[in-house]
Design a protein around this ligand. Structure first.
Ligand code: BES
Ligand code: ZN
Ligand code: ZN
Length: 468
């Protein structure tokens, strides 16, 4: 589906159907209010009504604010895709809601059909947008489209099946992104990871037939205002390892690479937005499998930082990978911000629900700024607080630290506090950890998310970096 902004009056555009958003107040004043009333249309948020003879599709909204328009656009695009209309037009209610509008249309229309032999045919080809203030709208539109497309890019990788997407193919995909977007790319294969003393990360991938890889992409504009490191958990499959997941919990674990996919989407967006910020994306691409050479509960790993880790559960593997990738990232780049994204714990969903990203770290200022960015970008995020009592639960009798806490409560926080052990002293207030276990993937549609990967984090960080 093509989306374009045209510098013309809406009445001069010749398409199949027009879209109108109506609040309840506007409904009673509308010229078609009698007809709409007969259909039972009450202009409730997200409800739609075709008046085919008037060549108009109406959609109810509570307000013309971005969140309501985004959500309404999802209903609109679903209704259009179920019809035989090929082209539609709409007037942008106001430029403040334009980003939401673009996101609703693009992300709500998203489908992943790679594995369907006969994808459903859709007539809808083109949606044309008009604005009363084209010059201002143009820039907002272009930027919103870049971010929405980067979100779809992230979704595509998350949705790709694990027999196709393994650490090596993820590395190839990153190389292609680097070529397409003019990024620097450095890939460390297992022999290099060995030399770099990444014993914690290497242990997790040892039983996989696919070699682990650390992917480092950089976007380096001239005279950058800030330097940002983004780190992603890239478990292309998480079987749980020898602490094997129960069958039902293993389904969807192709999504354990969503943090990696998100940081690739973020660097894609930033480079296309041409922001004057240097961005580094570090991905730990690993597959957590079983086998005779698998790492095991009771193993003691030596991480890159030298900290030794007692393995008590091989399913708490993401933190083992991130421990080394975080250390590598800090050793390689002196960044102003260090953000990691990971589908790290089921406990985060218990704490916040499956729609909300968990935010952890030491800096109240960063938490505040990022929470504001989340609200503005339409993503849900909640802060989970560290405390010294939970920290004690990670003590090990045999090594420096255990990879799981001795008590189950606060599992998202103890996982975040495990990572904190690998944040160097001078970086404590630069680091934030985003647990996207719930928000990165869905099996039931919500907001502008359809079945599968949601692209959580991409809109949020693009917005944050744009306004830095
Ligand atoms: N990848 C999982 C976390 C996860 C669970 C993400 C469900 C998305 C949906 C992670 O590696 C894991 O298995 N964590 C364990 C940690 C536990 C063993 C301390 C968990 O959450 O149960
Ligand atoms: Zn796991
Ligand atoms: Zn995992």
């Amino acid at each position: 589906m093509n989306l374009e902004l045209i510098n013309k009056d809406i009445n001069d555009i010749n398409v199949d159907i027009k879209i109108e958003f109506l609040t309840q107040d506007e409904l009673s004043l509308h010229v078609e209010s009698d007809l709409l009333n007969k259909t039972g249309f009450k202009s409730e948020q997200d409800s739609t009504c075709f008046l085919h003879e008037k060549e108009t599709l109406f959609c109810g909204v509570d307000s013309k604010k971005a969140d309501d328009i985004r959500s309404a656009c999802v209903s609109v695009v679903k209704a259009l895709k179920a019809s035989n209309y090929e082209s539609a037009k709409l007037n942008i209610p106001k430029n403040e809601s334009l980003t939401g509008l673009v996101e609703g249309l693009v992300l709500g229309a998203y489908e992943f059909n790679e594995y369907k032999s006969k994808p459903k045919e859709v007539s809808l080809k083109n949606i044309v947008l008009c604005s009363d203030n084209y010059d201002e709208a143009k820039n907002i539109f272009d930027e919103a489209l870049i971010v929405a497309n980067a979100t779809c890019f992230t979704r595509d990788i998350v949705n790709t099946a694990p027999q196709e997407l393994n650490p090596q193919t993820l590395a190839h995909l990153a190389e292609k992104l680097a070529r397409d977007n003019n990024l620097e790319c450095n890939i460390l294969q297992e022999d290099a990871l060995e030399k770099e003393n990444m014993g914690s990360m290497l242990a997790v991938g040892r039983a996989s037939v696919h070699g682990s890889a650390l992917i480092h992409l950089s976007y380096k504009p001239a005279n950058p205002k800030k330097i940002i490191s983004l780190i992603g958990k890239g478990l292309t499959y998480d079987s749980g390892g020898l602490s094997l997941k129960p069958a039902a919990s293993m389904v969807t674990m192709k999504m354990d690479k969503a943090g990696a996919c998100a940081v690739l989407g973020m660097i894609k967006a930033v480079s296309e937005l041409k922001l004057d910020i240097e961005v580094h994306a570090f991905v730990g691409a690993v597959e957590n499998m079983i086998g005779g050479n698998a790492y095991k509960p009771d193993d003691v790993l030596v991480s890159r930082s030298g900290t030794t880790i007692e393995v008590r559960n091989t399913d708490a593997e993401g933190r083992l990978v991130l421990a080394d990738v975080l250390t590598y990232a800090q050793d390689t780049v002196k960044a102003d911000r260090i953000f990691d994204f990971a589908t790290l714990t089921g406990a985060c969903m218990v704490a916040l629900g499956q729609y909300t990203t968990g935010l952890m770290g030491h800096s109240h200022k960063l938490k505040h700024d990022l929470s504001k960015a989340a609200t503005a970008s339409g993503e849900l995020m909640g802060s989970l607080p560290f405390n010294k009592h939970l920290k004690k639960l990670l003590k090990s009798e045999i090594a420096d630290i255990s990879n799981v806490a001795s008590k189950p409560y606060g599992g998202a926080i103890t996982a975040g506090m495990f990572l904190d052990n690998f944040i160097q002293e001078e970086n404590k207030n630069k680091w934030m950890h985003f647990d996207i276990a719930g928000s990165a993937y869905t099996e039931t549609p919500w907001d502008c998310n359809v079945y599968g990967g949601t692209g959580a984090g991409v809109r949020l960080i693009s917005h944050y970096l744009k306004n830095l």
